[in-house]
Design a protein around this ligand. Structure first.
Ligand code: ADP
Ligand code: MG
Length: 404
């Protein structure tokens, strides 16, 4: 019996792995944008042609790579972001698996240009199906430019799975939004077939949301911000009146990473209980800030799922803080769980002397000698339809007091 087990060539292994990481042009856009964010860029320009089928070009002004790193970055599990598995529990970068560039390079034609400050000029590498085809020095600004052409050129099955340009472009825009919303201080642009779709200047989160969705969203947003020792939440939720039938405007980030988390989504929806008809979804752009030691980010190849140490902490902060936010903006009854209103008395000034209360007694008062009350009632009683007895009398200063 001949041996049947053989080691797959690295390139084939990369193509198979690529299936998990890169499902469509939008996945490549996400990975390249995240690499640019991790490289500390303050400006990231994304250009796609034919919804990314023909070209995805991402240009950043981040740190760039020295020549040796540029040659290494396409290797499987090649990363500068972690050195041991323990590092995963302190990680704040987007990437850590060292898979994206290896995957993309194995299923496309990739041209990388990069220039690091410690090199005199940049370097250009051309990869074809994961193999280095050409290498040349290049004059360029500091930073990195990656052009991905003919995605899935060697994986026709994948190519056939792609939808129309309109659908694929929708996915590209979704990924672009997810990265851009999480990094409002970075300048992003997105161009499709020579028309610029977004030019998002550095701004506050509120303004970034408006420049992504349109200025009419200004009146729809309710700010949310609270924290405990374990977890912080900040961001915006939408007023219920503007909820939609689709979930497209729901963004949850954990330590600036866009994630999908059913339980947290349900917690957010619970905060709207009684405020929305069934089948309506409110907008939310919420950021959870959690010690990375309490998270496991490595549970899915696309890094969009996450496991929390203690889900309960998050739920018990999130639900009341959203309800409070909605309450403050008079769109929901506010449930103030922390504050007992009867204790809400302003403290006295430091040197204030508290006077002893004086009880004033009218020694001439005779309850059997009714005076004419100013409201015309006499005898200290008036019959109401409720049958409640109301006594009225006049104090020496002329005020009428009514005792129930
Ligand atoms: P990961 O992001 O998980 O580390 P990638 O395959 O996406 O893996 O990238 C491999 C390495 O290439 C990164 O760790 C980083 O050092 C380098 N790199 C990728 N893109 C850029 C970029 N735009 N600027 C600088 N370095 C980059
Ligand atoms: Mg990466």
């Amino acid at each position: 019996m001949p041996e049947v087990i053989r080691q797959l060539p690295e390139n084939v292994a990369n193509q198979i792995a690529a299936g998990e990481v890169i499902q469509r042009p939008a996945s490549a856009v996400k990975e390249l944008m995240e690499n640019a964010v991790d490289a500390g860029a303050s400006r990231i320009d994304v250009r796609v042609v034919d919804a990314g089928r023909t070209l995805i070009h991402v240009m950043d002004n981040g740190v760039g790579m020295i020549e040796a790193d540029a040659k290494r970055c396409f290797g499987r599990h090649a990363t500068s972001k972690i050195t041991s598995a323990d590092d995963l529990f302190t990680i704040l970068s987007k990437g850590f698996r060292g898979e994206a560039l290896a995957s993309i390079a194995s299923i496309a034609h990739v041209e990388l240009k990069t220039h690091h400050a410690s090199d005199e000029c940049g370097i250009q590498l051309n990869m074809e199906g994961g193999v280095l085809a050409q290498e040349t020095p290049v004059a360029m600004e500091l930073g990195t430019q990656i052009a991905v052409r003919h995605l899935f050129f060697n994986v026709p099955a994948r190519r056939n799975f792609l939808k129309s340009d309109a659908v694929e472009m929708r996915h590209v825009i979704d990924e672009f939004h997810r990265v851009a919303l999480a990094h409002e201080a970075i300048h992003f642009t997105l161009t499709h077939n020579d028309s610029e779709l977004f030019d998002l200047r550095p701004s506050t989160l509120r303004k970034r949301i408006l420049s992504v969705f349109g200025s009419k969203y200004d009146e729809r947003l309710v700010p949310v911000e609270e924290s405990t020792d374990v977890v912080g939440v900040k961001g915006f939720v939408g007023k219920p009146a503007f909820a939609r039938r689709t979930r497209g405007e729901q963004f949850l980030f954990v330590n600036q990473r866009f994630i999908k988390h059913g339980l947290i989504h349900r917690t957010i929806m619970n905060a709207y209980e009684g405020l929305l008809p069934p089948g309506q979804y409110p907008l939310y752009v919420l950021f959870l800030i959690i010690d990375p030691a309490r998270l496991d980010v490595n549970i899915h190849p696309t890094k969009t799922e996450i496991k929390f140490d203690e889900d309960q902490h998050i739920q018990s902060l999130l639900l009341p803080s959203i309800r409070r936010g909605l309450g403050k903006h008079a769109v929901a009854p506010s449930l103030d769980f922390d504050q007992e209103s009867s204790l809400n008395i302003a403290p006295l000034p430091k040197d204030h002397v508290v006077a002893e209360p004086v009880v004033q007694v009218n020694t001439d008062y005779n309850p059997f000698q009714p005076k004419a009350a100013s409201d015309g009632s006499s005898g200290g009683s008036s019959g109401g339809s409720s049958g409640r007895r109301v006594a009225a009398w006049t104090r020496p200063n002329g005020c009428v007091e009514i005792a129930l």
